[in-house]
Design a protein around this ligand. Structure first.
Ligand code: HSE
Length: 432
């Protein structure tokens, strides 16, 4: 039986999960591929020993041992971060190895360099685990949806943020309290910035947009807002209006320009994405031939992510064995077909909005606010004014009809400059 040898850099959560998947599924994979896939070497600067079940695998502190080993066919990078991950990927490619990575930050920032180097060298780049954890989203886009123009991408792509919002919604708890609890339980990182500020979701959206539309796009093209400023009161008003609050990645393909944004969004209760809760992810594509497709599953975790990394290894192993390396281009489109594309300015976005204005409870306040909105061509759909707070302020909650982002920003700036406003207005976009 032909043997394919793998070198793995990084034996953390996903690295050890990948090793376990390869070991546990070895017989199953032999039956499916006719190949023996062997984890020959693990490089990790921290680990002093591998668990006994990996007795046949070499442990090294030096990743160069993997790049210089002529027996190794596939190098798996699972250390995360930009450096030395970028250098390791490029060294592996230069050495003629196929590469696999789960590193969405790296691919969304240095992807162009890595994909170009791999194409030049004629090796494959697998990155199934970079988006949606265990959900086969990359393969679906590249192969299952190949015969479509993708019209839109919309999804919940960060398990940590979705878990926090779900807990806030179900138990009425404040953000800080839920985050602390999630960190104690090991669901959230010690530094949760990337997850809660939408940056991790933006990394994933960049990868999907490159593949879905065949365009060059960078992280700087994605308008990104996170969930750290969300208050239980906004979640509670959202419920009253019939919405669930989600951190969504949204991209629409307008042909000559594309939308790219990540922000908290009020999702109607009867929308499929509203029922994706806890640490789960859900990614929705609209194709011009297939219509709507929703992929759902565990967006993070040792074994689900290990399963996705192993799927890439299997794909590449099959291509090596069948002499079909490069059968599917890494980014779905042929490299020479990938074009620059303009990004729709955020200011021209049109959608319904939720505002929570904190104003003093005085005669004429509502009329003044309504006047500012009217002047900016923002039409009110409904208003709730709650009881006066200890501060003497009242929350005035407004749901608008579809309005333009630029006009909304101008109106809020004017409202917030009024003496009667005691706090900055909260604005949340509503999904139609
Ligand atoms: N930090 C990510 C999340 C997991 O919380 O979804 C891997 O992408």
């Amino acid at each position: 039986m032909k043997e394919i040898k793998v070198g793995l850099i990084g034996f953390g959560t996903v690295g050890s999960g990948t090793a376990e998947v390869l070991l546990e599924q070895a017989k199953n994979l032999e039956k499916k591929t006719g190949l023996k896939i062997t984890l020959k070497t693990v490089a990790d600067i921290v680990a002093d020993a591998l668990p006994e079940k990996f007795a046949g695998t070499i442990l090294s502190k030096d990743a160069n041992e993997i790049f210089t080993d002529p027996e190794i066919d596939i190098v798996v990078e699972l250390i995360g971060g930009l450096e030395p991950a970028r250098t390791f990927m490029l060294k592996a490619i230069e050495a003629g190895k196929h590469v696999v990575s789960a590193n969405k930050a790296l691919l969304s920032i240095h992807g162009r360099e890595i994909f170009a180097a791999a194409a030049k060298k004629g090796v494959e780049v697998g990155f199934e685990a970079s988006v949606g954890g265990g959900i086969p989203v990359i393969k679906s886009l590249k192969e299952g949806l190949a015969a479509n123009n993708i019209l839109s991408i919309m999804g919940i792509m960060n398990g940590t943020a979705n878990y926090i919002l779900s807990q806030m919604t179900d138990y009425g708890l404040p953000f800080d309290e839920v985050l602390k609890d999630a960190q104690e339980k090991g669901y959230a990182e010690a530094d949760p910035t990337y997850d809660v500020e939408g940056i991790d979701t933006a990394h994933k959206l960049v990868i999907l947009m490159m593949m879905a539309y065949g365009i060059n796009i960078g992280l700087e093209d994605v308008s990104t807002e996170g969930i750290s400023q969300i208050k239980p009161v906004d979640i509670s008003f959202a419920k009253k209006f019939g919405y669930r609050l989600k951190l969504l990645a949204i991209s629409k393909n307008h042909g000559d320009h594309v939308e790219a944004r990540v922000h908290p969004t009020m999702v109607p209760d009867d929308h499929m994405l509203a029922s994706i809760n806890g640490a789960y992810n859900g990614i929705h594509f609209k194709g011009d031939m297939v219509g709507n497709v929703l992929l759902y599953g565990m967006g993070a975790g040792k074994m689900p992510t290990g399963s996705a990394v192993a799927a890439d290894i299997v794909d590449i192993a099959r291509n090596i064995a069948n002499g079909s390396v490069g059968r599917v281009p890494a980014l779905s489109y042929l490299p020479e077909m990938i074009k620059d594309c303009s990004i729709t300015p955020m200011e021209s976005l049109r959608c319904p909005y939720y505002f929570r204005i904190s104003a003093l409870d005085k005669t004429g306040v509502l009329a003044t606010i309504a006047g500012i909105l009217g002047k900016n061509d923002i039409s009110i759909e409904s208003v709730i004014q709650k009881d006066r707070q200890d501060t003497g302020a009242v929350p005035i909650v407004i749901r608008t009809h579809e309005a333009e982002e630029k006009a909304v920003q101008a109106a809020i700036a004017e409202i917030d400059s009024l003496d009667i406003c005691v706090e900055k207005t909260v604005k949340i976009r509503i999904l139609e």
